[in-house]
Design a protein around this ligand. Structure first.
Ligand SMILES: Cc1cc2nc3c(=O)[nH]c(=O)nc-3n(C[C@H](O)[C@H](O)[C@H](O)COP(=O)(O)OP(=O)(O)OC[C@H]3O[C@@H](n4cnc5c(N)ncnc54)[C@H](O)[C@@H]3O)c2cc1C
Length: 287
């Protein structure tokens, strides 16, 4: 089946868009790994319609229940990769889905680590996108930062460019399925060093690992990594959108915290509604 829209994220932005789209007769699939920022919001007092405060977890459950009642399918799956052939493909930990449009509603990206040298070499040997930059690192000695399913997926993509890859988990436990022979360093990273570009990673016990490039796949793929993979324009880590909430890539829309601005539920819900309107117009034009 080819969906009209696949929404990445089941937070306020994604669910709000889903509600509008399904009520316009569109086939919608929402994929999200958890309740996003709401999961950590203990008490919300500034959102419309709750005279008693409400917990973020409760608000998230209510939003999802509302969307499901209207006929939206909401699945708890982690998205690993986006691709484009005749239609968009969305690869998750559980399967592969096809869609005419994508709405990125993944919340605020947190794919950085607070280690000396990391920010300095971002874009100078430190990359966030195997699909975009892997080619430049053919046959080189590479580091891959991460430990989960997203990192394992990036590892398999990176193998097309180099077989000399060391996985650095930065102290995290491996949860992704890496090949048995993968070289893995679990110590905490203490520094990225180099000259014009990064050339070494130092770990907690003082070991200096010479490398020629670093790919970052920490945690789960966020807005910035999806954007980079499909060529969506970013401003810092925020996705750039037009008045219809469409990115520079036709058919790819974004809403909520991942587009920056006022990082609040009210804005995310409004974004979702506007994005649904934009997606509807786009679908009308291509049909
Ligand atoms: C501690 C805390 C307290 C807050 N308190 C308030 C408050 O009182 N009032 C207020 O208005 N706002 C508050 N906020 C902000 C508010 O929660 C956010 O602005 C809002 O949730 C943004 O909605 P969103 O849909 O854009 O993103 P999120 O709610 O963050 O949802 C993002 C979704 O994307 C999914 N996702 C991301 N990456 C992937 C992937 N690779 N695969 C699958 N799914 C993925 C997540 O699982 C999640 O479902 C608070 C935030 C925090 C952290």
């Amino acid at each position: 089946m080819i969906y009209d829209t696949i929404i990445i994220g089941k937070g306020p932005a994604g669910i709000s868009a889903a509600v509008y789209l399904v009520r316009s007769g569109r086939s919608v699939l929402v994929l999200g790994k958890d309740a996003g920022a709401l999961e950590r919001a203990e008490s919300i007092e500034n959102y419309y319609g709750f005279p008693e405060n409400v917990s973020g977890a409760e608000l998230a459950l209510r939003g999802i229940a509302q969307a499901e009642r209207l006929g939206v399918t909401v699945l708890s799956e982690e998205i690993l990769h986006l691709g484009m052939d005749d239609v968009w493909s969305v690869k998750t930990t559980e399967g592969l889905y096809s869609t005419k449009t994508i709405l990125i509603a993944t919340g605020k990206s947190r794919t950085s680590i607070n280690v000396p040298g990391f920010e300095q070499y971002r874009g100078k040997g430190i990359s966030f996108c195997v699909t975009c930059d892997g080619f430049f690192y053919r046959g080189k000695k590479l580091a891959l930062l991460g430990a989960g399913s997203y990192a394992a997926n990036e590892y398999s993509e990176l193998l097309a460019f180099s077989e000399d890859i060391t996985v650095f988990t930065n102290g995290a436990e491996i949860t992704g399925s890496f090949p048995k022979n993968a070289s893995i360093v679990t110590e905490k990273i203490t520094a990225f060093t180099g000259e014009d570009s990064v050339s070494a990673i130092t770990t907690a016990e003082g070991t200096v690992h010479a490398i020629q490039g670093v790919f970052v796949a920490l945690g789960t793929a966020g807005a910035a990594s999806f954007a980079a993979t499909v060529g969506v324009e970013l401003s810092g880590t925020d996705i750039v959108i037009d008045a219809q909430h469409m990115t520079n890539i036709p058919g790819v829309f974004a809403a909520g915290d991942c587009t920056g601005g006022f990082l609040q539920i009210a804005k995310a819900v409004s974004d979702g509604a506007h994005a649904a309107k934009g997606i509807n117009s786009y679908l009308k034009n291509i049909s």
